[in-house]
Write a protein that binds this ligand. Structure first.
Ligand code: ARG
Length: 275
C-alpha cells in the first residue's frame, strides 16, 4: 500500500514538474475527459486502446476509473499546445484507424507502429518512443523456447492482438504454430498464464511490465520483427495543421528529456499498481 501511494505520488510529481497540467479526469462510457485548463472551451479528441501498459491502461484513481499511461501524458501536451482540453475515446485497437478516418477522433495514440500499410490511410508523426518486439512466455518455458524455431511447431499456441503488427509477425514468424488473435492484450496474458496459449507477441515495454507484475511469466531469449520500430501519433490524412503541432510538441518533449521522464513514471506506476 505504502509503495503504491509513494509511486503514485512520485508519478504525480514527475509529471506535474514537467507539466503545467494537473488535468482532472472524468468519464462517460468509453470517453474520458481531461481538463487541461478551465479556460479552454474546446476539446481535441484522441482515440486509444487502453489495454497496453505502460502506453495506456485503465486505473482506478480516487474511486474513479481513468486511463493513464505515457501516451495520455504526451497527449496532454498536445492538447495544451492546441489550447484545448483532451477527450480520450477508448476502443479496441482494431477500430482505431477506422475511427480516425471517419473523423470520430482527431488523432490516435496507442503505442501504434507507423507501418507503410497504415500510412496509406493516415499520416504519422515521427516515432516518439522506440520499441522492439518480444515473445512473452511462462517463466518455466523460457529455456525450452530458446529460438523462434522452437515455437514454430504445430503443437505451439501463439497469441497476438487483433489488428496489431504482432498479428502479422505471428503469421510471418510462426506459420506452423496454432495462432490466436484476440482484441484485448490482458485476455491474451490470462490465456498464457492458464496454459491456453504458450506465447504472446508484444512490445518489450509491455512484456517487461507483465513480467514485473507476474512471477510466472518470462521473456523468450530471442527478438522478432523490426528492431527499429516504435510508436507514432496518427492524424487524419492531410491534417497538416494538427500534424505540425503534434510534431513540434514531440520534438520538444524528446529534446528536453520530458518523454524519458514520462516513460519512467508510467512504468513505475504500472509496476506499483498491479493487482
Ligand atoms: N505497436 C503495435 C501496433 O501498432 C501494437 C500496439 C498495440 N497498442 C495497444 N494500445 N493495444 O500494431
Amino acid at each position: 500500500m505504502f509503495k503504491k501511494v509513494l509511486s503514485i505520488l512520485l508519478f504525480i510529481i514527475a509529471v506535474s514538474s514537467v507539466a503545467i497540467l494537473s488535468a482532472c479526469a472524468e468519464t462517460a462510457g468509453n470517453v474520458y475527459t481531461y481538463v487541461i485548463d478551465e479556460a479552454y472551451t474546446e476539446y481535441v479528441v484522441m482515440g486509444t486502446s487502453a489495454d497496453y501498459p505502460p502506453y495506456e491502461w485503465p486505473l482506478e484513481v480516487e474511486g474513479k476509473t481513468t486511463i493513464v499511461g505515457l501516451d495520455i501524458e504526451i497527449a496532454k501536451y498536445i492538447a495544451a499546445a492546441l489550447g484545448k482540453n483532451l477527450k480520450v475515446v477508448n476502443k479496441g485497437f482494431d477500430f482505431l484507424i477506422e475511427d480516425l478516418e471517419a473523423g470520430k477522433v482527431d488523432f490516435v495514440m496507442a503505442g501504434m507502429t507507423p507501418t507503410e500499410e497504415r500510412a496509406l490511410r493516415v499520416d504519422f508523426s515521427p516515432v516518439y518512443y522506440e520499441s522492439i518486439q518480444v515473445v512473452l512466455v511462462r517463466d518455466a518455458d523460457v529455456a525450452a523456447y530458446a529460438s523462434a524455431a522452437s515455437l514454430n511447431v504445430a503443437s505451439a499456441k501463439v497469441g497476438a492482438q487483433l489488428g496489431a503488427i504482432q498479428q502479422e509477425l505471428a503469421e510471418a514468424t510462426f506459420p506452423l504454430a496454432q495462432r490466436q488473435y484476440i482484441q484485448q492484450v490482458p485476455d491474451l496474458v490470462v490465456r498464457l498464464i492458464d496454459g491456453q496459449l504458450d506465447a504472446v507477441i508484444m512490445e518489450k515495454a509491455v512484456a517487461d511490465g507483465y513480467v514485473a507484475n507476474h512471477a510466472e511469466l518470462g521473456i523468450a531469449p530471442f527478438l522478432i520483427g523490426d528492431p527499429e520500430g516504435g510508436s507514432a501519433v496518427a492524424v487524419q490524412k492531410g491534417d497538416a495543421d494538427l500534424l505540425a503541432t503534434v510534431n513540434a510538441v514531440i520534438a520538444q518533449l524528446i529534446a528536453d528529456g520530458t518523454i524519458s521522464t514520462i516513460v519512467a513514471a508510467a512504468i513505475a506506476l504500472n509496476e506499483s499498481t498491479a493487482e
